[in-house]
Write a protein that binds this ligand. Structure first.
Ligand SMILES: [Zn+2]
Length: 141
């Protein structure tokens, strides 16, 4: 279950570090009707702490879909693959935008399992991206 609030100052620091974008799907909180959350990358039930190094800014659905998952069995390399970690990995090394900028393209196993599990191209996200492109706010810098 996503955590809706951390300490307000921690929440603001996490949001500002992420430039108010979900660190997984890159949607912006400014344009979202849903509340954004603070994700524990290593979930609290597995020993994750509230330190900034374990926190990521995430939209409600990315956080909900990630839940307590850390890795996923991927049939292509036939092994367990860790989900994308926004604190230790660079988004641009694991994902790219499609030519029309509406979909996230996986660049390898980490990207592939993360796109699949977090449904990073869910129809409402694709529609959101199409809607905000004309305003010059997508893709985020
Ligand atoms: Zn998201």
């Amino acid at each position: 279950m996503p955590k809706f609030s951390s300490l307000p100052e921690t929440r603001l620091e996490v949001a500002e570090r992420a430039k108010h974008c979900c660190e997984y799907c890159k949607s912006m909180d400014t344009f979202s009707p849903n509340y954004f959350t603070v994700d524990h990358i290593l979930p609290e039930p597995l020993g994750g702490t509230d330190s900034l190094g374990n926190l990521a800014y995430a939209c409600y659905l990315c956080n909900r879909l990630k839940s307590n998952k850390l890795s996923i069995y991927d049939s292509i390399p036939n092994t367990w693959v860790a989900l994308f970690n926004p604190r230790t990995q660079d988004w641009n090394e694991h994902f790219a935008w499609s030519e029309d900028l509406t979909s996230i393209v996986a660049l390898g196993a980490v990207g592939r399992v993360t796109v699949e599990v977090l449904q990073l191209n869910r129809p409402k996200l694709v529609a959101y991206r199409k809607a905000v492109i004309p305003f010059g706010v997508h893709p985020p810098a």
